[in-house]
Every structure is written in C-alpha cells, then in structure tokens.
Design a protein around this ligand. Structure first.
Ligand SMILES: *[C@@H]1O[C@H](CO)[C@@H](O)[C@H](O)[C@H]1NC(C)=O
Ligand SMILES: *[C@@H]1O[C@H](CO)[C@@H](O)[C@H](O)[C@H]1NC(C)=O
Ligand SMILES: *[C@@H]1O[C@H](CO)[C@@H](O)[C@H](O)[C@H]1NC(C)=O
Ligand SMILES: *[C@@H]1O[C@H](CO)[C@@H](O)[C@H](O)[C@H]1NC(C)=O
Ligand SMILES: *[C@@H]1O[C@H](CO)[C@@H](O)[C@H](O)[C@H]1NC(C)=O
Ligand SMILES: *[C@@H]1O[C@H](CO)[C@@H](O)[C@H](O)[C@H]1NC(C)=O
Ligand SMILES: *[C@@H]1O[C@H](CO)[C@@H](O)[C@H](O)[C@H]1NC(C)=O
Ligand SMILES: *[C@@H]1O[C@H](CO)[C@@H](O)[C@H](O)[C@H]1NC(C)=O
Ligand SMILES: *[C@@H]1O[C@H](CO)[C@@H](O)[C@H](O)[C@H]1NC(C)=O
Ligand SMILES: *[C@@H]1O[C@H](CO)[C@@H](O)[C@H](O)[C@H]1NC(C)=O
Length: 836
C-alpha cells in the first residue's frame, strides 16, 4: 500500500513540476541601440550600441554636433563607454525607428552632462517626446542617469523628439535604446487603490520607471536581468532600518505556470527579501516601511514582487501590505495563492490615485489572522509613473510653445484644450515645487545612476578576509563596546554568571543597560591565531544576518581584550538537549525543526552571497536554541569563503572537530561546502541517536557514531539504534527519509554529497511525512507534501551505489568526549556549559 501511494505521489510530483516554467525565452522583435556621437560601435554585454555618426538613417537633425569627454570618472560600470560621447541638439531633432511588431517598447535614455569646448551640457534644458507623450519636460540632467520609459507603439515607426527649451538652451543625449517589451509584462488591468476596484487602461499608458528595487539583496545589474533592467538595493529607502532584516535563498525560487516568469523579475530579485526583524519578540506588531520621493500630481503603477523563501512550511505566513495608509492586500496568504508551494514567485499590480503628496510609502506588517510567528516579507518593488490626462509624464506642459508644428503637438494641443487652463496653472505650480525639491536633494536620479551601484562590489568579501582588516569604530562590524560597558553588563565578569567554558576562555551571561540579555564570550589574552579567529567571527557575523545564524550584538577589543557579545540563546546548545545533561528529551518534530533551522542557516552561508562561506566547525555544540527552540548556527571563528578565493589558505592546517570531520578534507586538505555537509550529516545521526559522536567507552565498532550509524543505515535497520526516547514515535517514512538524507551527507566524496539546499528540502519532506500521520486528513496531507517538494528530491530516490566509509580517522586512545573540542582550541564553544 505504501509503495502504491508513493507511485501515485510521484506522478503527481512530476505533473506539478512539469507546470513550472524553466527557460527564459523572450527575444525582442525590435531592438535598437545607439551610442550617440560615438565614431565607433560600443559593445555592452550582448548589446551592440551602434554609432550614429556615419549614415545613420535614424537621426534627423539640422546640425551635427558631436561632443566627447576624456573623463575617466565613469569607470565603474560596463556601460561606462556609452557616457563618453554625446550628441548636442540646439534645435528640435528626432530619431525615427522602424517598429516591426506593435506593442509596448522600452525607451531608455542615457545622460551624463560634461563640458566640451564651449558646450556645457550641465546647462541643458530640453524636452523629450515620443508618440503623443511628453516623456521629459524642461529637463536638466544631473549626474549619470538612465531614464527608462515604456510606451505601447501601435504604428510602424517610433519617433523620439528632442527639443531645447528655448533658443539659448541645448539638448543632448549620450545613448539610446528602443527595445520590445514582452506583451505579458504590463497587462491592461491592475487593482485601483482609491477607490478600491479594478483599474483598466494600462495598455494606453506611457510609463516611467522611477524606482526598481531589490529588497534584501544587492543591486542587480542589467547584465543579470533578462530584460536589461537595473534593480537597486532597498536599504536607503527603509524608514527604520533596524526593524527589517535581509533573507536570501536565491536557488529556492520557483516560477509557476501562467504566472511570474524570470522576465517579470529574475531569481536574484525573488530570491532575496526584506522581512520583519521580529526574532526577539513573538508578539511583534510593527510595520516595515519604505519611503520614496515621487512627483506629486501623478498616478503610479506599483508592482510588488513576493516569494515566500522564509517559511519552513506552507500556510504559516500571513501579512498585510499597505500603500500609504491604504491596506491593499489584507492577510496576504502566498501559500494559498501558490497552491501550497513555497518559494514561488508572485507579483501584484496596484494603481494609486493622484495626490499632492511627494512621498509614497510602502509598508508591510503582520496580519492579525496569523497564528504563527509574526512576519511579513517583500522581495521586490517597482514604481512606475503614469502619464497624466495631458499625455505628459512631466509636470511641464510647455512643449507646445517651443517647437514647430508636428503631429505630436497637435495631439498635445488637443490635450491642452481638453485639459483646460486650470490644469496648466496647476502643472506649472507643481513644476516649480518639484524643481525646487529636485535641486535640494539629488532625488531619484541618484538611485538610477550607475555610480550609485556599489552594493554589489561591497559584498565581495574575499579581499576583506585576506587582508586582516583592523577593527575600528568606523568599520561597520556591529557595535564596538567600551570595556566598562562589558564589565557592567557582566557584573565585572562575575564567576557565578559563567554559562560556558572552553579552550578560548569563558562565556558569561550578561544584561545590557537597555535590558537586552546577551552572551559575552571573553577570549584568553591575545594569541596571533586567536586574534585571527576573533576577527573572522566579527566579520562573518556582521555580514551574515539571518534568522538561523546567531547574531553578533557587538565586540570589544579595548585593552587587548577579545570579547564578543551575542544575542542570548535561552536554550543553549543542541548537544545539551541530546545527551549528557538533564534536559527533557526533544520530540521528533522538535528535532526535525531544529535540523531544518540549522540547515537553513548553513544553506544561507553556502549560497546567500556571491562567494560561498564554509563554516568548518559544524557540530551539535555549535547549534544554539532560542527560547522557542529555534536553531541558530554559531561560532564562525574558523569560517572561510569558498574554494575559489581560498588559494592562500591551502596550506592551512586541518581544523574542525573530531568525529565531525570530513574524511576527504582530512586526506586532501581541500575545503569545500561539502565538508560542512558531511559534518551536518554527523549531526543528523547525533540527533537521531542522541549519543556523543565519539564515545571511547563503547566497543570499538561503536566508538565513531558516523561509522556505526552508517552500518545500520546501509542494512536498512536504522531504527535499531535510535534514541530510545523516540522508539515507536517516528513515522517509518520520515525515519527512512531522514536516514537517507544523513547517508547522502556522509558520502565519502564531496561530489556525491548533496548541496545544503537539497538537504534542507529533504528534511522538510521528512517533517511533512511525519506530520502526515498525525493529521490523519488525507486530502490535506497530499497538499502539504506536494508543497514541500523540490526537483532535487528525486536525487534521493536513485539507489546510489557510492560506498561510504567514515573510518578515515581512527580513534584509539580517547578517554574523553572529544567531539566538543575544536582542534584549534580557540573560540570553539559558545554559551552554556558542556557539562564537563
Ligand atoms: C556598427 O554596426 C553596424 C550594424 O552592425 C554596422 O553596419 C556598422 O558598419 C558598424 N560601424 C562601425 C564603425 O563599426
Ligand atoms: C574627441 O573627438 C575628437 C574629434 O573626433 C578627437 O580628436 C578627440 O581625440 C576626442 N577626444 C577624446 C577625449 O576622445
Ligand atoms: C557648467 O554649468 C554648470 C551649471 O550651470 C556650472 O555649475 C559649471 O560651473 C559650468 N562649467 C563650466 C566649465 O562652465
Ligand atoms: C528651461 O527653460 C524654460 C523655458 O524657457 C524655463 O522656464 C526654465 O526656467 C528653464 N529651466 C532651467 C533649469 O534653466
Ligand atoms: C528663436 O529663433 C527663431 C529663429 O531662429 C526666431 O524666429 C524666434 O523669434 C526666436 N525666439 C526667441 C524667443 O528668441
Ligand atoms: C497596445 O495597445 C493596443 C490598442 O490599444 C492593444 O490592443 C494592445 O493590446 C496593446 N499592447 C500592449 C502590449 O500593451
Ligand atoms: C542587506 O543587504 C544589503 C545588500 O546586500 C546590504 O547592503 C545590507 O547591509 C544588508 N543588511 C543587513 C542588515 O544585513
Ligand atoms: C551578474 O552578472 C555578472 C556578469 O555577467 C556575473 O559575473 C555575476 O556573477 C552575476 N551575478 C549574479 C548574482 O548572478
Ligand atoms: C502599519 O501601517 C498602516 C498604514 O500606515 C497603519 O494603518 C497600521 O496601523 C500600521 N501597523 C502598525 C502595527 O503599526
Ligand atoms: C495617458 O494617456 C492616454 C493616451 O493619451 C490616456 O488615454 C490616458 O487617460 C492617460 N492617463 C491618465 C492617467 O490620464
């Protein structure tokens, strides 16, 4: 019966998976790239921006003014070459492009004002129009900027006209793009915010992208976007940064059939989010809010991108979404929308009403119907300005007076008459307000400039790690605490406040003067190695903020001290809950959830950033539990970034803890993420069997847990050696899945071990299999189980013949539980006595 169920189930799975959307298929029917004023063609990635100096049949201008700059301040981006030349227009000029397929097209205009002979481009003042729309009015570019518009072109040509504001002003352009947009990107409908209802008519809207933001992640450059869009990080828009935190799980992102595609937003956008920083309080009730400066008097199309990468099980995240004070999505339930499949991309469009507010606020907060931990997420956001009733995207409507009779202007004139005189006056007033505001602050053009895109580079950690950065108050490594503050917090290192002791020194419980409970790890007097690990730990924990990584609150390096201050983890180490103490036994569900949490933390370390980070000391003593038994990975003193940049560390002595050490690393000293996977596999068996990983008091074949458990796993009799407290309390399917997962992790060769993401999925699956029997509701079970599936699961269903031997390191003369002791002996343990 079991087998039959599984079979049916697999069919279901392949059916569901076949619905997912895997390729990026869009090829623009029209694509015109122009490098204005350049004598040569310029290649930017796969795009060739062609020169418009010789025989360009696109441009029609009464003059031929080419300007260039040798400014090498523009070297930060791959498209910097485009900004080095420009065309200047002192009279109305136009580019005319043939359109082979009607529909929405992008118009991207590149500006960089420089000085060339007697042309000072910073003084430019001009309008740009396309079709019947005024895209820019009395425009005066500041700094490097790309203005992005999209219009639905239904004629066979697209004419873009540049018109200087008056006889004394000039217009210029550095580069220009006209590219077809996939029809599905902007549909006709959206939800109107005020009054609430359906909005129709986006087809005829000209849109200007004013903000395109990747929540919780770095900037995504045009090279990493299927449609050459640029996404900027959200940090700068957060009203209160400390109520929000980042989460990243890019490989988890799935695209559903008939919904979001990588063209809607790439996985690098859906795979990161900003969530509520609600960890310290299960009753948290606050909003995370972003604020954007917009031109008043316009309607905006606001597109939200959501992807639930944070939940460990479906139907556990409900939250509210606001635009200004309007609750636009109450009790948003992404699981139900996505048929119970987590990490599925989803987007929603709203149209705001026009008002005279120059700030647009977006908020997310927990929903009152949520029964679980309060949280709310947002993965990406786009804000697009819509043309007003005059067909203008600019507060200015003066175009009519400054250019000659073209068809465009007829449209504009009609618009003017219809729009009535009041509108003109209003627009002029708004324009004045808006200009003043723009001068005062750089406004949104700043976020669009390629110069501002340094979020990506600042994440490159390699250099930081190898050059032994000195710690200073100025560096952004958490807070530097004065020594006296640490003394105060720990009652002057009161011995009775000690909660843990290890080779590195002692861990004290402490209380900061704001009442926050902390764990204070005080290192022994400085050794060179201790110092290196002290720094690594600070740098790692400052970079990696994650729900399942222990948070660093601060450090103190005054008076030769090496003190680290962490969030206090009420329930100590996972190890202390498994054996050797009098803690009550954990249930199977609790154990699985702890393993899942730890796996998430490790998965994030391995994949969350551009370079994998290897923990190197994964063990049950380094997995800490908070008051809700939520697991967090701790102790990053030995962590290293991934193999590619680790050349200088090849000779580093093998580090880690006996009993958890990857035999391949031990033999070949080659460090990869898979070493962590091995150690984690040992932890899984430790959790299942609740015994030390090295136990010299036992008969020889039982000393090494990994070896011993693998023997039973291979004969399919794992249940013989499990923790007696769990006997009969684990659903066989769940145990089988768990055993298989651990077995895979312990594969002799790293290449045969699954990545942490697969381990995570399989543990979640094991949890679902366990829960299924408890719920006894067949219909609900099947939904849940399917909800937890990933393509990787199939990996585990092949009978794999790789032999596994964990006997690479013989332990002969151990007279203690050595599993808790790092070879480095420095900063190896954290918080809570090991009961020695
Ligand atoms: C630029 O590219 C166009 C189109 O590929 C080609 O016709 C033209 O000759 C090239 N111009 C130069 C200067 O290489
Ligand atoms: C600018 O263009 C002129 C004329 O083509 C050329 O002589 C000069 O070298 C160029 N300057 C730079 C900085 O590219
Ligand atoms: C160019 O114009 C800007 C703005 O009017 C002015 O600040 C700058 O000094 C001018 N530069 C030169 C070289 O004239
Ligand atoms: C641009 O030109 C318009 C019309 O001549 C004028 O009203 C406006 O003040 C000018 N803007 C700037 C920044 O010079
Ligand atoms: C601008 O120049 C045109 C022709 O060169 C002239 O007819 C017109 O009067 C000028 N306008 C102003 C405001 O100087
Ligand atoms: C463009 O507009 C036409 C006519 O209004 C409409 O039929 C078409 O669907 C629109 N296309 C897009 C992609 O907006
Ligand atoms: C969130 O991610 C951004 C971009 O990657 C980074 O600049 C920022 O420091 C991160 N914030 C936190 C709290 O880790
Ligand atoms: C973004 O694109 C660059 C250049 O193609 C590439 O090197 C980088 O790995 C990409 N980053 C991501 C996160 O995909
Ligand atoms: C979140 O923001 C909305 C809109 O401003 C507001 O109505 C709501 O009360 C806020 N919620 C909390 C918990 O502050
Ligand atoms: C934008 O322009 C189109 C066509 O000119 C018009 O139908 C539409 O109503 C305008 N949008 C708004 C919000 O007025």
């Amino acid at each position: 019966m079991m087998g039959c169920g599984n079979f049916e189930f697999l069919i279901w799975v392949s059916f569901i998976l076949s619905l997912f959307w895997f390729s990026t298929g869009f090829t623009p029917a029209d694509q015109h790239f122009i490098d204005c004023g350049s004598p040569t063609n310029t290649t930017v990635g796969v795009r060739v921006f062609i020169s418009d100096t010789s025989a360009s049949n696109f441009l029609s201008t009464p003059q031929n003014i080419l300007v260039n700059t040798s400014s090498n301040s523009i070297t930060l981006t791959d498209d910097s070459q485009l900004y080095k030349t420009a065309r200047v227009f002192t009279k109305s000029s136009k580019y005319t492009f043939p359109i082979s397929q009607s529909g929405r097209h992008w118009i991207r205009l590149y500006f960089f004002p420089f000085v060339y002979k007697n042309y000072n481009l910073s003084t430019a003042n001009f309008s740009v129009s396309a079709q019947n729309y005024l895209l820019l009015g009395n425009f005066n570019p500041e700094g490097v900027s790309v203005k992005e518009f999209s219009v639905n072109v239904t004629s066979s040509t697209l004419v873009i006209t540049f018109t200087p504001a008056n006889n004394n002003s000039l217009a210029f352009l550095n580069a220009l793009e006209v590219v077809s947009v996939p029809d599905s990107l902007i549909t006709d409908d959206a939800t109107s915010v005020n009054p609430t209802g359906k909005f129709q008519g986006l087809f005829t809207q000209a849109l200007e992208t004013v903000f395109r933001v990747n929540m919780g992640g770095p900037s995504v450059s045009f090279e990493n976007d299927t449609l050459w869009r640029t996404w900027v990080p959200d940090q700068g828009f957060l009203v209160l940064q400390n109520v929000a935190r980042n989460y990243s799980a890019i490989p988890a992102v799935k695209y559903p059939a008939g919904g979001a595609t990588p063209d809607i937003a790439p996985a690098t956008v859906y795979g990161t989010c900003t969530e509520m920083n609600s960890l310290s309080d299960p009753n948290s009730n606050f909003n995370v809010t972003w604020e954007f400066t917009v031109d008043p008097g316009f309607q905006y199309l606001v597109r939200f991108h959501f992807c639930d990468i944070v939940s460990t099980s479906p139907y556990s995240l409900y939250f509210d979404v606001y635009i200004d004070s309007w609750l636009v999505a109450p009790d948003l339930d992404l699981s139900t929308i996505n048929l119970g499949i987590l990490a599925t991309a989803y987007y929603m469009d709203f149209v705001t009403s026009s008002n005279d507010n120059s700030k647009l606020r977006i908020s997310i907060g927990p929903s009152s119907v949520s029964k679980t931990y309060p949280n709310a997420i947002l993965n990406g956001l786009e804000i697009m300005k819509m043309n007003n009733s005059l067909g203008s995207l600019s507060g200015v409507v003066s175009m009519v007076s400054s250019s000659t009779n073209t068809k465009n202007n007829v449209g504009m004139l009609v618009g003017l008459i219809v729009g009535a005189f009041v509108a003109v006056v209003l627009a002029a007033v708004l324009f004045l307000i808006c200009r003043r505001r723009k001068r005062a602050s750089l406004g949104h053009s700043k976020t669009w400039g390629p110069f501002s895109i340094n979020g990506g580079t600042s994440l490159t950690m390699g250099s930081k790690y190898s050059n032994g950065t000195t710690l200073s108050a100025g560096s952004n490594f958490g807070y530097r605490f004065p020594f006296v503050a640490v003394q105060e917090a720990t009652n002057n290192f009161d011995e009775s406040w000690v909660i843990g002791i290890g080779g590195f020194g002692k861990v004290y419980k402490g209380t900061l003067n704001d009442g926050t409970q902390v764990a204070v790890k005080r290192g022994n007097p400085r050794s060179q190695q201790g110092l290196a690990e002290f720094r690594t730990e600070i740098e790692m924990l400052s970079q990696f903020r994650h729900r399942h990584l222990v948070s660093l609150i601060g450090y103190c390096d005054e008076k030769n001290e090496m003190i680290l201050i962490y969030e206090y983890m009420e329930n100590g180490t996972l190890k202390s809950h498994l054996y050797g103490s009098n803690q009550p036994s954990l249930s199977w569900k609790e154990r699985l959830e702890i393993c899942i949490g730890a796996a998430r933390g490790l998965h994030y370390l391995h994949t969350g950033y551009s370079k994998a980070v290897i923990h190197r000391d994964v063990k049950s003593a380094n997995i800490l539990l908070d008051e809700n038994l939520m697991a967090k990975v701790a102790d990053f003193g030995l962590s290293k970034t991934g193999p590619e940049i680790d050349q200088t560390h090849v000779s580093t002595a093998v580090k880690g803890s006996f009993g958890y050490l990857d035999p391949e690393y031990f033999r070949r000293q080659q460090l990869t993420e898979k070493s962590d996977v091995y150690s984690f596999g040992v932890v899984l068996f430790e959790v299942l069997c609740a015994r030390p990983v090295i136990d010299p008091s036992r008969p020889r074949e039982m000393v090494n847990l990994a070896e011993w458990a693998m023997k039973w796993q291979k004969t399919g009799q794992l249940e013989q050696i499990i923790d007696p407290n769990l006997a009969g309390k684990i659903k066989p399917d769940s145990l089988r899945k768990f055993g298989e997962t651990a077995e895979k992790c312990l594969a002799e060769f790293g290449v045969d071990r699954p990545p942490m993401g697969d381990v995570l999925w399989n543990l979640e699956y094991a949890l679902q299999l366990h829960e299924a029997v408890l719920q006894n509701d067949p219909e609900e079970n099947s939904t849940n189980v399917i909800g937890e599936l990933s393509p990787q699961i199939n990996n585990f269903d092949h009978a794999d013949s790789s032999t596994v031997s964990a006997a690479q390191f013989e332990v002969s003369s151990m007279d203690d539980d050595l599993s808790g002791i790092s070879m480095s002996r420095v900063f190896s343990q954290l918080v809570k006595s090991e009961g020695r």
